[in-house]
Write a protein that binds this ligand. Sequence first.
Ligand SMILES: [Cu+2]
Length: 141
Amino acid sequence: MRTKGLVASFVLVSLGVIAAGCGAGGSSPVMTTIAEKKVGENLAVAISNPEGKLKNGEQEIGLKFTDGSGNPVEISAASLNFNMPAMGSMAEMNDPATLNTTSTPGEFAGKVKLQMAGEWIAQISYEGEETGKTTMEVTAY
Ligand SMILES: [Cu+2]
């Protein structure tokens, strides 16, 4: 009985830590990293969504800037556009994400609606403690 009680407490404590780790936004989903890239000596950017895999259609999307060791970097504004170059008879496609700042510095959350599965180029620009642009290749399933 005593052992079971301890196990239950441990589970509750673990859940509490996980809940605290995903930010203050009460109803925001737990985000899983899709792709991460080091863009400078002290800057890394990660794209995330609830599934951890980019998908065709509408989805929650997250963009997070850290120093590469998990510490937030103060980025005050960022944009994320999904671009697919023209292929054969298919015209170039651009699906920009709507991003908002969150209570965590360097973390942005919003939505994007991708119009097809396939290889996309995530075009990211950012301003703040660090300012610049980068791209990442990501596949939508
Ligand atoms: Cu396309």
